[in-house]
Design a protein around this ligand. Structure first.
Ligand SMILES: [Zn+2]
Length: 327
């Protein structure tokens, strides 16, 4: 017997994950009402608590990612009862973030994870109680909202980039159809190390076809100068990926880095060849086409499962290219 005595009000995880849109929102509203009755807190006050948790002004602004997490949280509140729910429905407001070129925008919402899950960007698992968060909304096309991020992706990925963070940046920039890929000085340093740790890479076929010496020079300067945003053209990004694919295994390349690289190479090829036979007349040749190809891939990867394209943020710079510190 649950506190509510109505098991169906708060569905199990799988059910919650399967719900979407209006149905999910209605389920959340029912669950709030039920918890309000169970713990004796005024319905409106409980709504305010949940909106504060999500840092939103209306529940209708919450997306499916928000609502699923709220539903899971409400279920735990139901199990833990009257004393625990206030502490549970509380957003973390103070978040230590790196400054300078490694800074990402202040997250819209940060909370302790209600259940184990996977990061919506890198796919790493997080456990119950670990801090997760949502970045601020970006409503410009072609970007789609990204779900709950692990702590690394939420605040650290531009300050202490991993090799696969670079690959994800390349992937989402090409996916969105950006003119090129923008990297900060830290990311340039990681890429420089990767491209130069094995000297024979300079003899590889893709390097011979599109020499990277000038790119290395720019990477070196951008690393040394802590450049907020160094831009690399789309063809150069393709060459870099093709060269990295030739790199022998290295203790600095983790299995996850390798897996991400393989997935990236696969998806770039699928976009190139239209492996799934997506109708160009319907989807064109831009991000909608790439999104469709990704959805229809015969070999799903951590990247195709997450979708996109996601806005991964650039440093703000003034007209002379200097960093404008964000709040
Ligand atoms: Zn992550």
């Amino acid at each position: 017997m649950t506190l509510f005595g109505v098991e169906h009000v708060l569905p199990r995880d799988q059910e919650t994950d399967a719900l979407a849109g209006t149905e999910l929102c209605e389920r959340a509203i029912t669950a709030v009402d039920a918890l309000s009755a169970a713990v004796g807190e005024d319905r409106q006050a409980l709504y305010r608590r949940i909106l504060k948790l999500l840092n939103l002004s209306r529940l209708s602004d919450a997306d499916d990612h928000d609502l699923r997490e709220v539903l899971r949280e409400l279920r735990i509140c139901e199990q833990e009862g009257r004393r625990a729910y206030r502490a549970r429905l509380r957003r973390v407001t103070r978040v230590p973030r790196p400054g300078g070129i490694g800074r990402l925008p202040r997250p819209r919402s940060v909370k302790a994870a209600s259940a184990p899950g996977t990061c919506a960007l890198c796919g790493d698992g997080y456990t119950t109680g670990e801090l997760i968060g949502r970045p601020p909304f970006t409503d410009e096309l072609p970007y789609v909202p990204i779900g709950w991020l692990c702590w690394h992706c939420l605040v650290q990925r531009r300050q202490k980039p991993r090799r696969r963070d670079l690959l994800l940046r390349v992937f989402h920039a090409l996916f969105a159809g950006m003119e090129g890929v923008g990297l900060n000085g830290h990311e340039c340093g990681v890429l420089l190390d990767w491209l130069t740790e094995e000297p024979t890479l300079a003899d590889s076929k893709p390097w011979a076809a599109d020499p990277l010496e000038n790119t290395l020079m720019r990477l070196r300067t951008s690393t040394a100068d802590a450049t907020p945003a160094a831009w690399f053209s789309t063809p150069t990004a393709h060459t870099i990926i093709a060269v990295l694919q030739e790199a022998p295994s290295s203790p600095h390349t983790t299995p996850q880095d390798g897996e991400t690289l393989t997935a990236l190479v696969q998806h770039l090829a699928e976009w190139e060849t239209n492996a799934a036979g997506v109708r160009r007349a319907q989807f064109g040749s831009g991000w909608r086409y790439r999104q469709r190809v990704l959805q229809l891939t015969a070999h799903p990867t951590v990247m195709s499962e997450r979708g996109g394209p996601f806005h991964l943020f650039q440093c703000r710079v003034n007209p002379s290219g200097q960093l404008v510190e964000t709040e």
